[in-house]
Design a protein around this ligand. Structure first.
Ligand SMILES: NC(=O)c1ccc[n+]([C@@H]2O[C@H](COP(=O)([O-])OP(=O)(O)OC[C@H]3O[C@@H](n4cnc5c(N)ncnc54)[C@H](O)[C@@H]3O)[C@@H](O)[C@H]2O)c1
Length: 335
């Protein structure tokens, strides 16, 4: 299946097809120098399969984990391209999750003011969310996505077969992002979650999530309005994630917890059941006041006001901006 992302300047296709990794050379222009970037947690066979189809591959494996999304690796990859005489007509390929995709995309955006970028996402989160939309970045001093750009990929290859090796906790974490999109935008997709069959229908879940993401990005490429709905659950979620850094909740787990108080009383029970069906946590453990204070440092908090998304009815949303204290009161009253 081909899904088109229509943008004023840089439209592109997403290929969603089981086994498409094997046909990368027919789907991408790999007949040139290709920098392929993967990480140590992604089974080697995926990047090697891509490399074997390139005319002149240079394969770099970074350490797995968020800490690798940094300026040092960005510099290392650019230097590797320079040393290997890459030019503006060569390309960069990400084979990995959101960490590899965000870092590699920013390398592609920066080298000689931009070379072709292909994204081959291998986690569920990156397949349904981060590989599409052109947000590329690295973290600075552990502050997430501080340095980056909007830089669209030339093409995205999504092969759900690679999810067979993804640990189930990462699968659930990725599904939390799909659940997020269902809640704001697609009541039918939510029915799949409600029935507890998201895993059995993962191809359909990926397709419907991508359609939501594409529609949002097409309407608001630079996040000046509608794209904020993709942050549903992320405001409190980031507070939980920062507070909980040491005990290591996954991003999707924090987003799931962050969504709950942003749902109306009417739907919260259904959302909680959907999270449980995905083996995602539903109770916030720890000092909620401290977590909410951490949100004050978040970039969504501006001049004492905070922007956030609420869902009163499944498949719809409200973009809201309130003084921080009012937002805290909403959270306090709903947990
Ligand atoms: N650009 C965007 O729009 C956007 C949106 C959401 C999140 N993000 C970013 O995405 C990142 C998180 O991405 P993620 O959840 O994919 O994490 P990740 O990239 O760290 O991948 C999670 C783990 O899974 C391993 N892995 C990847 N593919 C695998 C496979 N097929 N089989 C087995 N193991 C595999 C990785 O080695 C890693 O250890 C964060 O940095 C976040 O900021 C970006």
């Amino acid at each position: 299946m081909i899904l088109r992302v229509n943008l004023p300047m840089d439209s592109y296709d997403i290929i969603l097809e089981r086994g498409c990794l094997k046909n990368a050379k027919d789907l991408l222009n790999l007949n040139r120098k290709c920098l392929i970037v993967t990480d140590s947690g992604v089974p080697e066979k995926y990047a090697q399969l891509v490399a074997s189809q390139c005319f002149a591959p240079t394969l770099v494996t970074i350490e797995q984990g968020e800490k690798s999304k940094n300026i040092d690796n960005w510099k290392l990859l650019l230097e590797t391209m320079l040393r290997n005489d890459f030019t503006r007509t060569d390309c960069v390929v990400a084979v990995g999750g959101g960490v590899v995709g965000d870092l590699t995309g920013f390398v592609a955006a920066s080298f000689m003011r931009g070379v072709d970028f292909y994204n081959i996402p291998t986690t569920l989160l990156s397949q349904v969310d981060s590989s599409v939309g052109g947000k590329v970045a690295v973290d600075l001093c552990s502050v997430k996505n501080t340095v980056g750009a909007f830089y669209q990929p030339k093409r995205v290859l999504i092969d759900p077969d690679v999810l067979s090796t993804l640990p189930s906790r990462h699968v659930s974490s990725g599904l939390a992002e799909s659940l997020k999109m269902a809640l704001t935008s697609d009541a039918e997709l939510f029915e799949i979650f409600r029935s507890g069959t998201a895993l059995q229908n993962v191809d359909l879940v990926i397709e419907r999530s991508l359609k939501i993401k594409i529609s949002v990005v097409e309407q608001d490429e630079r996040e000046s309005g509608l794209r904020k709905i993709l942050n549903f659950g992320h405001t409190l979620g980031h507070g939980i994630e920062t507070y909980d850094e040491l005990s290591g909740l996954h991003h999707g787990e924090c987003v799931g917890l962050g969504m709950l108080p942003m749902c109306s009383d009417e739907i919260r029970g259904d959302v909680e059941a959907a999270l449980k069906a995905l083996n995602l946590p539903t109770k916030i453990e720890g000092d909620i006041e401290e977590m909410m204070n951490l949100v004050a440092h978040d970039k969504k908090c501006d001049g004492g006001n905070i922007s956030f998304i609420t869902v009163e009815k499944i498949g719809s949303f409200e973009i809201r901006k309130l003084p921080l204290e009012d937002w805290k009161n909403i959270v306090r009253s709903r947990i």
